[in-house]
Design a protein around this ligand. Structure first.
Ligand code: ADP
Ligand code: ADP
Ligand code: ZN
Length: 213
């Protein structure tokens, strides 16, 4: 099964993608996580991506498409994957389409996690990410057992630089201008499904499982 998660930054794509990946035993592929891992390791790709990420801008398509296509070509993606944060532009979607088409394949579902902008700004300020394993929490809605510490690996939880309010506003306008058109794109292909992302995490997941089964 090949799934794309759509939605604004902070809509809960990552949270749901991880649950889907667990349930269906397929890899969770997040371009944001790949970029952050590269930044942490000080790679050239990381340095380049950071310039854009810090401003809340998209990393250029040429860079992003290549890392994504390399990732999904790996053995563990043979039986499917859940893409989180890719595609984010129409050209990215077209390249993915073409690459899949060439191997006689296609995306099964594009799931739009729908959350209004007002809720997003609140959510992002409360998001905390683990510096060790990348797990995501929310100080109010999805708190860790021990404040500031990851349940899974015990490392420190931080507020991402790009989750500060100034940058969140930029990311939201980038979303509306460059990414939202994908909703129409996948609607036309007949594979768009929308879930109400303002519900509890568990209820959002139940809605997704219903779609997938
Ligand atoms: P969120 O989950 O909050 O939407 P991500 O972790 O997906 O954030 O992305 C963080 C940043 O990484 C984005 O703001 C953007 O700069 C960059 N990025 C991630 N995926 C892509 C992509 N597909 N195309 C361009 N830039 C991307
Ligand atoms: P995205 O990957 O779309 O950027 P995340 O999955 O990282 O979004 O979620 C953004 C923030 O909102 C995180 O702090 C996460 O813990 C929290 N969150 C995710 N789903 C829900 C939900 N259904 N209700 C409330 N908070 C949520
Ligand atoms: Zn952790």
């Amino acid at each position: 099964m090949k799934i794309i998660m759509l939605g604004a930054p902070g809509a809960g794509k990552g949270t749901q993608a991880k649950m889907i990946a667990d349930q269906y035993k397929i890899p969770h592929v997040s371009t944001g996580d790949i970029f952050r891992a590269n930044i942490k390791n000080g790679t050239e790709l990381g340095m380049e991506a950071k310039k854009y990420m810090d401003q809340g801008l998209l990393v250029p398509d040429e860079l992003t498409v290549k890392i994504l296509l390399d990732r999904v070509a790996k053995e563990d993606c043979k039986n499917g994957y859940v893409l989180d944060g890719f595609p984010r532009t129409i050209p990215q979607a077209e390249v993915l389409d073409k690459a899949l088409c060439e191997i006689g394949d296609q995306i099964d579902y594009a799931i739009d996690v729908d959350v209004p902008d007002e809720n997003i700004v609140k959510r992002m300020g409360g998001r905390r990410a683990c510096v060790g394993c990348g797990a995501t929490y929310h100080i109010e809605h999805i708190p860790p057992k021990k404040e500031g510490i990851c349940d899974t690996c015990g490392m420190e939880l931080i507020l991402r630089d790009d989750d500060k309010p100034e940058t969140v506003q930029n990311r939201l306008s980038v979303y509306h201008n460059q990414t939202q058109p994908l909703i129409d794109f996948y609607e036309k292909k007949g594979i768009l499904r929308t879930v109400d992302g303002t519900q509890d995490m568990k209820d959002v997941f139940d809605a997704i499982v219903k779609i997938l089964s």
